[in-house]
Design a protein around this ligand. Structure first.
Ligand SMILES: [Zn+2]
Length: 129
């Protein structure tokens, strides 16, 4: 799972802590996850999280692409949220687009590991008369 995510993000993600069954998420209304710098807080279990490619990509996008470079801060998120709400604020739009763009690729990597997805080359029967 980590290798698959690291391939998609093209960076290491092992410094990101995932905190399951977090009370902190409960402070965020009905959210199922919330992020901070280097952290992902989950309402549910890590196991559920790791088997949900779109959610994985969405939350890691917030951490790796937004918190890490500093484009996302609590103050900035609040300002965006007040202006545009949850759905249309630029951080959510970006995370959603990223998840959508890479969900299929992650799903394939998690399932097949790549090598098994390609059919083994077969000798052509036409060449053996
Ligand atoms: Zn989000």
């Amino acid at each position: 799972m980590r290798a698959a995510l690291e391939a998609i993000f093209a960076t290491r993600i092992d410094h990101v802590r995932v905190i399951e069954h977090s009370w902190f998420v409960r402070l965020h209304g009905r959210a199922i996850a919330t992020t901070r710098r280097g952290r992902i807080y989950l309402r549910g279990s890590a196991q559920e999280f790791y088997t949900n490619p779109p959610l994985l990509l969405h939350e890691y996008c917030h951490v790796i692409h937004q918190w890490q470079p500093g484009t996302l801060t609590v103050a900035r998120y609040l300002a965006e949220w007040l202006r545009r709400g949850y759905w249309n604020n630029r951080y959510e739009v970006e995370a959603r687009a990223f998840a959508q763009a890479h969900a299929a690729a992650l799903h394939t990597r998690l399932k097949g590991g790549g090598a098994s997805a390609a059919p083994a080359p077969q000798p052509s029967s036409a060449s053996r008369r």
